[in-house]
Design a protein around this ligand. Structure first.
Ligand code: BTN
Length: 253
């Protein structure tokens, strides 16, 4: 990490990183981290709001400048980050976090982390990729509409966790995993570890597409991060993230 920006309050660390990207590019930085204690307009996937109260959780955006990857592979970095968060939670908080494809990190059937990746493409190559990560750390109260779906490390551990320690471990893990990703430009070297932590593996999933819904059994991921889903006739489809939402049969996972 070459530089860390920190603020008490910001609209969204993703927006903030985007605003600073130009000057980071001019300064020839490779990696810059944006951290905020609170977000007033936290962004989630599918245009949702990411609830971001002060003093409890982690809201950060890792800005990778001129990353040596093809734009089509950038979406896989979201999976690399999901894997890194699940590993970090296991190692630093001792909790058995798993992954819900493509990149939610889950404890006890509820979400503890969401990841949203944005990118700006220059002449064929990405100028930057920004990976926004929200981790529910010490929040103990959730609004009624989130109570079934969200939890925090503190709630699962039964006591507060050290935000800095978990965050540092996430970044360490990401650095290692990102190096592996760059070697092959895909997830081949990380696929085993990702599937070990994949809660959907060999479970029934509901694939929610724009105008349709289908059922199948998740069998793993491809090297480019698609979910392999087997239908009742035994045919295996590759599901691209971003286009669909995946649910368990009776629950969120
Ligand atoms: C999701 O919907 O699962 C993705 C949530 C991503 C939230 C994080 S918090 C830090 C960063 N800044 C944002 O505005 N969103 C991401």
């Amino acid at each position: 990490m070459e530089q860390i920006y920190q603020k008490d309050s910001v609209d969204s660390t993703l927006t903030w990183a985007k605003e600073e990207a130009e000057s980071c590019l001019l300064a020839n930085r490779n990696t810059v981290l944006f951290l905020a204690d609170k977000q007033t307009a936290g962004k989630g996937r599918f245009g949702r709001v990411w609830d971001s109260p002060a003093g409890e959780n982690v809201y950060m955006t890792l800005l990778l400048l001129r990353p040596p990857i093809e734009p089509v592979n950038a979406a896989s970095l979201t999976l690399v980050m999901g894997l890194s968060v699940a590993q970090a939670v296991r190692e630093s908080a001792g909790l058995l976090a798993g992954i819900k494809w493509p990149n939610d990190v889950v404890l006890a059937g509820k979400k503890i982390c969401g990841i949203l990746t944005e990118m700006r493409i220059g002449k064929e190559k990405p100028e930057y990729v920004s990976i926004g990560v929200g981790i529910n750390m010490n929040q103990t109260d959730y609004p009624p509409e989130l109570q079934d779906k969200a939890t925090s490390l503190a709630l699962q551990k039964g006591g507060a966790v050290c935000r800095e320690e978990v965050t540092a471990r996430v970044l360490e893990r990401f650095e290692e995993n990102y190096k592996c990703f760059l070697k092959t430009q895909d997830l081949s070297l990380l696929k085993n570890e990702y599937e070990n932590l994949l809660l959907n593996l060999n479970q029934q999933v509901r694939i929610l597409e724009k105008d349709s819904e289908s059922l199948g059994i998740a069998r793993g991921i491809t090297a480019s991060g698609e979910l392999l889903v087997e239908d009742e006739k035994g045919a295996v489809r590759q599901i691209l993230s971003g286009e669909v939402s995946v649910r368990g049969l009776y629950s969120y996972v």
